[in-house]
Design a binder for this molecule. Sequence first.
Ligand code: SF4
Ligand code: SF4
Length: 371
Amino acid sequence: MSERFRGYLGLARQFVKPNGHRLAVIEGNQDCNRDCSYCEVPYHYNPDTELTVGQTQNAIDWLYSRGYRVLSYLGGEPFAPFKTKEGISFTRHTLEVVEHAKRKGMLVNVTTNGDYLSSGRPEQMEELEAVGLDSLTLTLHSYTRAGLRHLIEVGQAAAEHRIIPTIQTIMTRDTSYKIPTIAVRAAKNGVLFRTGIVQTQGDGFSRKQNARVIPGVELQNYVFDFLRRLKRYGFVINNMNYLRHAPEHYPNSWICDPDQDPFVKIGAGGKVNVCSGVETGMQIGDFMTFDDDEWRDRKRRGVAGCKGCMFHCYYEAEHPDVFGDIPLAIVSLAIRSGRHALVKRWGQKASERVIRAMPGFYWGFESILPT
Ligand code: SF4
Ligand code: SF4
Protein backbone atom coordinates (compact mmCIF):
# COMPACT_ATOMS: atom_id res chain seq x y z
CA MET A 1 0.00 0.00 0.00
CA SER A 2 1.41 3.43 -0.92
CA GLU A 3 2.46 5.92 1.77
CA ARG A 4 -0.19 8.37 0.54
CA PHE A 5 -3.02 5.85 0.64
CA ARG A 6 -1.96 4.76 4.14
CA GLY A 7 -2.04 8.44 5.15
CA TYR A 8 -5.63 8.92 3.95
CA LEU A 9 -6.74 5.70 5.59
CA GLY A 10 -5.18 6.94 8.83
CA LEU A 11 -7.00 10.24 8.40
CA ALA A 12 -10.40 8.54 8.03
CA ARG A 13 -9.66 6.43 11.10
CA GLN A 14 -8.81 9.48 13.23
CA PHE A 15 -12.05 11.20 12.26
CA VAL A 16 -14.36 8.34 13.11
CA LYS A 17 -12.72 7.06 16.26
CA PRO A 18 -13.43 8.68 19.62
CA ASN A 19 -10.37 10.59 20.87
CA GLY A 20 -8.91 10.67 17.34
CA HIS A 21 -5.85 12.84 16.69
CA ARG A 22 -7.43 15.02 14.00
CA LEU A 23 -5.67 18.34 13.57
CA ALA A 24 -2.04 19.39 13.95
CA VAL A 25 -1.28 23.08 13.70
CA ILE A 26 2.23 24.30 13.08
CA GLU A 27 2.93 27.97 13.42
CA GLY A 28 5.82 28.75 11.09
CA ASN A 29 7.68 32.04 10.82
CA GLN A 30 5.45 34.48 12.63
CA ASP A 31 6.43 37.72 10.96
CA CYS A 32 3.68 39.36 8.94
CA ASN A 33 3.26 42.37 6.69
CA ARG A 34 -0.09 43.20 8.28
CA ASP A 35 -1.12 44.37 11.74
CA CYS A 36 -4.72 43.20 12.06
CA SER A 37 -6.61 44.60 15.04
CA TYR A 38 -7.60 41.09 16.25
CA CYS A 39 -4.19 39.39 16.01
CA GLU A 40 -1.04 39.37 18.10
CA VAL A 41 1.01 36.87 16.13
CA PRO A 42 3.59 39.24 14.62
CA TYR A 43 4.28 40.65 18.11
CA HIS A 44 5.67 37.26 19.15
CA TYR A 45 8.07 37.04 16.25
CA ASN A 46 11.57 36.17 17.33
CA PRO A 47 13.72 34.82 14.49
CA ASP A 48 16.05 33.10 16.98
CA THR A 49 13.35 30.74 18.23
CA GLU A 50 11.61 30.06 14.91
CA LEU A 51 11.90 26.48 13.67
CA THR A 52 14.25 25.79 10.78
CA VAL A 53 13.02 23.71 7.84
CA GLY A 54 14.74 20.62 9.30
CA GLN A 55 13.20 21.16 12.75
CA THR A 56 9.76 21.67 11.22
CA GLN A 57 10.17 18.44 9.25
CA ASN A 58 11.10 16.64 12.48
CA ALA A 59 7.97 18.08 14.09
CA ILE A 60 5.91 16.74 11.18
CA ASP A 61 7.46 13.26 11.58
CA TRP A 62 6.72 13.40 15.32
CA LEU A 63 3.09 14.40 14.71
CA TYR A 64 2.62 11.80 11.98
CA SER A 65 3.95 8.98 14.17
CA ARG A 66 1.40 10.00 16.80
CA GLY A 67 -1.50 9.67 14.39
CA TYR A 68 -2.06 13.22 13.15
CA ARG A 69 -2.89 13.27 9.43
CA VAL A 70 -4.15 16.83 8.88
CA LEU A 71 -1.64 19.65 9.01
CA SER A 72 -2.62 23.29 9.16
CA TYR A 73 0.43 25.41 8.46
CA LEU A 74 0.16 29.02 9.60
CA GLY A 75 2.43 32.09 9.74
CA GLY A 76 2.66 35.07 10.26
CA GLU A 77 2.41 35.33 6.56
CA PRO A 78 3.89 32.19 4.95
CA PHE A 79 4.50 33.94 1.60
CA ALA A 80 5.83 37.28 2.89
CA PRO A 81 8.98 38.50 1.11
CA PHE A 82 11.05 38.09 4.28
CA LYS A 83 14.02 35.85 5.02
CA THR A 84 14.10 33.15 7.70
CA LYS A 85 17.02 32.79 10.08
CA GLU A 86 18.41 30.23 7.63
CA GLY A 87 18.52 32.95 4.96
CA ILE A 88 15.86 31.44 2.72
CA SER A 89 12.58 33.13 1.80
CA PHE A 90 9.43 32.45 3.80
CA THR A 91 7.95 31.03 0.58
CA ARG A 92 10.81 28.53 0.12
CA HIS A 93 10.47 27.50 3.78
CA THR A 94 6.72 26.97 3.31
CA LEU A 95 7.20 24.94 0.13
CA GLU A 96 9.73 22.62 1.79
CA VAL A 97 7.50 22.08 4.81
CA VAL A 98 4.48 21.29 2.62
CA GLU A 99 6.50 18.94 0.43
CA HIS A 100 7.72 16.99 3.45
CA ALA A 101 4.25 16.66 5.00
CA LYS A 102 2.82 15.55 1.66
CA ARG A 103 5.54 12.94 1.23
CA LYS A 104 4.44 11.49 4.58
CA GLY A 105 0.85 11.34 3.32
CA MET A 106 -0.69 14.17 5.34
CA LEU A 107 -3.48 16.45 4.16
CA VAL A 108 -1.99 19.95 4.16
CA ASN A 109 -3.56 23.39 4.30
CA VAL A 110 -1.66 26.68 4.25
CA THR A 111 -3.34 29.85 5.50
CA THR A 112 -2.33 33.18 3.97
CA ASN A 113 -3.59 36.74 3.71
CA GLY A 114 -2.97 36.45 -0.06
CA ASP A 115 -1.14 39.78 -0.29
CA TYR A 116 1.84 38.24 -2.12
CA LEU A 117 -0.10 35.84 -4.31
CA SER A 118 -1.40 36.92 -7.67
CA SER A 119 -3.50 35.26 -10.34
CA GLY A 120 -1.14 36.95 -12.82
CA ARG A 121 1.82 34.89 -11.57
CA PRO A 122 0.99 31.29 -12.54
CA GLU A 123 4.41 30.08 -11.37
CA GLN A 124 3.27 30.56 -7.75
CA MET A 125 0.42 28.05 -8.03
CA GLU A 126 2.57 25.76 -10.17
CA GLU A 127 5.06 25.54 -7.29
CA LEU A 128 2.33 24.89 -4.72
CA GLU A 129 0.80 22.23 -6.96
CA ALA A 130 4.21 20.64 -7.52
CA VAL A 131 4.74 20.14 -3.77
CA GLY A 132 1.24 18.66 -3.52
CA LEU A 133 -0.58 21.30 -1.45
CA ASP A 134 -4.17 20.20 -0.82
CA SER A 135 -5.80 23.44 0.21
CA LEU A 136 -5.13 27.14 0.49
CA THR A 137 -7.05 29.30 2.95
CA LEU A 138 -7.17 32.97 1.97
CA THR A 139 -8.14 35.13 4.91
CA LEU A 140 -9.98 38.30 4.04
CA HIS A 141 -8.76 41.27 6.06
CA SER A 142 -9.75 44.11 3.68
CA TYR A 143 -13.54 44.22 3.51
CA THR A 144 -13.65 45.99 0.17
CA ARG A 145 -14.75 44.84 -3.26
CA ALA A 146 -11.14 45.05 -4.45
CA GLY A 147 -9.92 43.00 -1.45
CA LEU A 148 -12.46 40.25 -2.03
CA ARG A 149 -11.97 40.27 -5.81
CA HIS A 150 -8.23 39.77 -5.34
CA LEU A 151 -8.69 36.74 -3.06
CA ILE A 152 -11.31 35.20 -5.34
CA GLU A 153 -8.98 35.55 -8.32
CA VAL A 154 -6.16 33.92 -6.36
CA GLY A 155 -8.59 31.21 -5.20
CA GLN A 156 -9.63 30.48 -8.77
CA ALA A 157 -6.00 30.29 -9.85
CA ALA A 158 -5.40 27.79 -7.02
CA ALA A 159 -8.42 25.69 -8.05
CA GLU A 160 -7.16 25.58 -11.63
CA HIS A 161 -4.06 23.91 -10.16
CA ARG A 162 -6.19 21.41 -8.22
CA ILE A 163 -5.68 23.17 -4.90
CA ILE A 164 -8.86 23.59 -2.83
CA PRO A 165 -9.35 27.35 -2.25
CA THR A 166 -11.21 28.80 0.72
CA ILE A 167 -12.02 32.40 1.58
CA GLN A 168 -11.99 32.84 5.34
CA THR A 169 -13.42 35.76 7.30
CA ILE A 170 -13.17 36.80 10.93
CA MET A 171 -16.69 37.25 12.24
CA THR A 172 -17.03 40.44 14.26
CA ARG A 173 -20.06 42.55 15.10
CA ASP A 174 -19.16 44.72 12.09
CA THR A 175 -18.34 42.03 9.53
CA SER A 176 -21.18 39.59 10.34
CA TYR A 177 -23.75 41.25 8.06
CA LYS A 178 -21.35 41.03 5.14
CA ILE A 179 -20.70 37.31 5.50
CA PRO A 180 -23.66 35.92 3.47
CA THR A 181 -22.74 38.16 0.54
CA ILE A 182 -19.05 37.19 0.72
CA ALA A 183 -19.86 33.48 1.01
CA VAL A 184 -22.18 33.64 -1.99
CA ARG A 185 -19.65 35.56 -4.04
CA ALA A 186 -17.03 32.90 -3.24
CA ALA A 187 -19.35 29.98 -4.07
CA LYS A 188 -20.39 31.55 -7.38
CA ASN A 189 -16.73 31.49 -8.36
CA GLY A 190 -16.17 27.91 -7.23
CA VAL A 191 -14.34 28.95 -4.04
CA LEU A 192 -15.22 27.54 -0.62
CA PHE A 193 -15.96 29.64 2.46
CA ARG A 194 -15.25 29.51 6.17
CA THR A 195 -15.67 31.91 9.06
CA GLY A 196 -14.62 32.05 12.68
CA ILE A 197 -15.89 34.20 15.52
CA VAL A 198 -13.37 36.85 16.58
CA GLN A 199 -11.44 35.91 19.73
CA THR A 200 -10.55 38.43 22.43
CA GLN A 201 -8.43 36.46 24.92
CA GLY A 202 -5.20 38.18 23.95
CA ASP A 203 -2.94 35.44 22.64
CA GLY A 204 -1.79 34.37 19.23
CA PHE A 205 -4.58 34.89 16.74
CA SER A 206 -6.58 36.89 19.24
CA ARG A 207 -5.82 40.30 20.64
CA LYS A 208 -7.14 41.44 23.99
CA GLN A 209 -9.98 43.81 23.21
CA ASN A 210 -13.47 44.76 24.27
CA ALA A 211 -15.78 41.73 24.10
CA ARG A 212 -18.31 43.97 22.35
CA VAL A 213 -16.59 43.09 19.07
CA ILE A 214 -17.94 39.54 19.42
CA PRO A 215 -21.21 39.27 17.46
CA GLY A 216 -24.24 38.68 19.69
CA VAL A 217 -26.22 35.43 19.74
CA GLU A 218 -28.88 36.72 17.38
CA LEU A 219 -26.30 37.88 14.87
CA GLN A 220 -24.40 34.59 15.09
CA ASN A 221 -27.60 32.60 14.51
CA TYR A 222 -28.44 34.83 11.56
CA VAL A 223 -25.11 34.14 9.84
CA PHE A 224 -24.89 30.45 10.74
CA ASP A 225 -28.44 29.81 9.60
CA PHE A 226 -27.44 31.06 6.17
CA LEU A 227 -24.15 29.12 6.13
CA ARG A 228 -25.87 25.85 7.08
CA ARG A 229 -27.94 26.12 3.91
CA LEU A 230 -24.93 26.85 1.72
CA LYS A 231 -23.04 24.03 3.41
CA ARG A 232 -25.58 21.49 2.18
CA TYR A 233 -24.23 22.20 -1.31
CA GLY A 234 -20.63 21.66 -0.17
CA PHE A 235 -19.32 25.25 -0.15
CA VAL A 236 -18.80 25.84 3.57
CA ILE A 237 -15.86 24.35 5.47
CA ASN A 238 -17.19 24.98 9.01
CA ASN A 239 -18.87 21.85 10.20
CA MET A 240 -22.55 21.66 11.13
CA ASN A 241 -21.71 21.25 14.81
CA TYR A 242 -19.95 24.61 14.87
CA LEU A 243 -22.68 26.27 12.80
CA ARG A 244 -25.37 24.93 15.14
CA HIS A 245 -23.72 25.20 18.53
CA ALA A 246 -21.24 28.10 18.50
CA PRO A 247 -23.91 30.62 19.63
CA GLU A 248 -24.58 28.49 22.74
CA HIS A 249 -21.06 29.39 23.89
CA TYR A 250 -21.45 33.16 23.57
CA PRO A 251 -19.22 35.03 24.38
CA ASN A 252 -16.49 32.51 23.43
CA SER A 253 -16.87 30.37 26.55
CA TRP A 254 -16.39 26.88 25.12
CA ILE A 255 -13.88 24.83 27.11
CA CYS A 256 -12.08 22.01 25.33
CA ASP A 257 -11.75 18.56 26.88
CA PRO A 258 -8.29 18.32 28.49
CA ASP A 259 -8.45 14.50 28.48
CA GLN A 260 -8.45 14.26 24.68
CA ASP A 261 -6.01 15.46 22.02
CA PRO A 262 -8.03 15.95 18.82
CA PHE A 263 -5.82 18.99 18.13
CA VAL A 264 -2.35 20.06 19.07
CA LYS A 265 -0.20 23.04 18.21
CA ILE A 266 3.52 23.22 17.61
CA GLY A 267 4.94 26.68 18.11
CA ALA A 268 8.28 28.46 17.99
CA GLY A 269 11.11 26.58 19.68
CA GLY A 270 9.33 23.25 19.09
CA LYS A 271 6.88 23.83 21.95
CA VAL A 272 3.97 21.41 22.06
CA ASN A 273 0.98 23.49 23.11
CA VAL A 274 -2.68 22.83 23.67
CA CYS A 275 -3.62 25.55 21.18
CA SER A 276 -2.53 29.01 20.08
CA GLY A 277 -3.36 30.43 23.50
CA VAL A 278 -2.41 27.84 26.10
CA GLU A 279 1.16 26.65 26.43
CA THR A 280 2.29 23.55 28.32
CA GLY A 281 6.01 24.28 28.60
CA MET A 282 6.70 20.90 26.95
CA GLN A 283 8.64 20.33 23.76
CA ILE A 284 8.93 17.67 21.10
CA GLY A 285 11.18 15.03 22.60
CA ASP A 286 9.94 15.64 26.17
CA PHE A 287 7.39 12.88 25.83
CA MET A 288 6.83 9.85 23.65
CA THR A 289 3.05 9.51 23.49
CA PHE A 290 0.01 11.55 24.45
CA ASP A 291 -0.62 9.01 27.24
CA ASP A 292 2.27 10.63 29.09
CA ASP A 293 1.19 11.67 32.64
CA GLU A 294 3.23 14.87 32.63
CA TRP A 295 1.60 15.99 29.36
CA ARG A 296 -1.88 15.20 30.66
CA ASP A 297 -1.29 17.04 33.96
CA ARG A 298 0.05 20.11 32.23
CA LYS A 299 -2.76 20.13 29.69
CA ARG A 300 -5.38 19.81 32.45
CA ARG A 301 -3.80 22.69 34.37
CA GLY A 302 -3.58 24.85 31.24
CA VAL A 303 -7.21 24.24 30.27
CA ALA A 304 -8.39 24.76 33.88
CA GLY A 305 -6.83 28.24 33.79
CA CYS A 306 -8.43 29.12 30.46
CA LYS A 307 -11.56 31.28 30.26
CA GLY A 308 -12.61 29.52 27.06
CA CYS A 309 -12.68 30.28 23.36
CA MET A 310 -14.64 29.60 20.19
CA PHE A 311 -11.81 28.88 17.76
CA HIS A 312 -13.62 27.06 14.96
CA CYS A 313 -10.69 24.79 14.08
CA TYR A 314 -10.29 23.43 17.62
CA TYR A 315 -14.03 23.13 18.24
CA GLU A 316 -14.54 21.29 14.95
CA ALA A 317 -11.63 18.93 15.60
CA GLU A 318 -13.19 18.00 18.94
CA HIS A 319 -16.70 17.77 17.45
CA PRO A 320 -16.32 16.32 13.95
CA ASP A 321 -19.37 15.72 11.76
CA VAL A 322 -18.35 13.25 9.09
CA PHE A 323 -21.82 12.86 7.52
CA GLY A 324 -22.49 16.59 7.42
CA ASP A 325 -19.19 17.05 5.59
CA ILE A 326 -20.02 14.63 2.74
CA PRO A 327 -21.12 17.41 0.27
CA LEU A 328 -17.93 19.32 1.15
CA ALA A 329 -15.85 16.20 0.51
CA ILE A 330 -17.48 15.74 -2.91
CA VAL A 331 -16.84 19.37 -3.95
CA SER A 332 -13.26 19.18 -2.61
CA LEU A 333 -12.55 15.97 -4.49
CA ALA A 334 -13.96 17.51 -7.67
CA ILE A 335 -11.48 20.40 -7.37
CA ARG A 336 -8.62 18.01 -6.56
CA SER A 337 -9.43 16.03 -9.68
CA GLY A 338 -9.38 19.10 -11.97
CA ARG A 339 -13.12 19.78 -12.26
CA HIS A 340 -13.16 23.37 -11.11
CA ALA A 341 -15.36 24.53 -14.02
CA LEU A 342 -18.01 22.05 -12.88
CA VAL A 343 -17.66 23.18 -9.25
CA LYS A 344 -18.13 26.79 -10.34
CA ARG A 345 -21.35 25.94 -12.19
CA TRP A 346 -22.55 24.02 -9.15
CA GLY A 347 -21.65 26.99 -6.91
CA GLN A 348 -23.74 29.32 -9.09
CA LYS A 349 -26.73 27.00 -8.90
CA ALA A 350 -26.30 26.51 -5.15
CA SER A 351 -26.08 30.27 -4.55
CA GLU A 352 -29.21 30.97 -6.57
CA ARG A 353 -31.14 28.32 -4.65
CA VAL A 354 -30.00 29.59 -1.24
CA ILE A 355 -30.71 33.22 -2.13
CA ARG A 356 -34.18 32.25 -3.37
CA ALA A 357 -34.88 30.39 -0.14
CA MET A 358 -33.63 33.26 2.06
CA PRO A 359 -34.16 36.50 0.11
CA GLY A 360 -33.73 38.75 3.14
CA PHE A 361 -30.16 37.58 3.63
CA TYR A 362 -28.74 38.92 0.43
CA TRP A 363 -28.47 42.62 -0.20
CA GLY A 364 -26.18 42.52 -3.20
CA PHE A 365 -22.49 42.93 -3.56
CA GLU A 366 -22.50 46.59 -4.53
CA SER A 367 -24.24 47.89 -1.42
CA ILE A 368 -22.44 45.83 1.19
CA LEU A 369 -18.76 46.36 0.42
CA PRO A 370 -17.06 49.66 -0.41
CA THR A 371 -14.83 49.75 -3.49
S1 SF4 B 1 -4.35 37.82 11.20
FE1 SF4 B 1 -2.88 37.01 9.67
S2 SF4 B 1 -2.58 38.77 8.26
FE2 SF4 B 1 -3.42 39.62 10.14
S3 SF4 B 1 -1.61 40.21 11.39
FE3 SF4 B 1 -2.24 38.13 12.02
S4 SF4 B 1 -0.94 36.78 10.80
FE4 SF4 B 1 -0.91 38.80 9.79
S1 SF4 C 1 -10.71 26.30 25.52
FE1 SF4 C 1 -9.04 24.90 24.95
S2 SF4 C 1 -8.66 25.35 22.79
FE2 SF4 C 1 -9.80 27.07 23.62
S3 SF4 C 1 -8.23 28.60 24.25
FE3 SF4 C 1 -8.75 27.31 26.06
S4 SF4 C 1 -7.25 25.66 26.06
FE4 SF4 C 1 -7.22 26.59 24.01
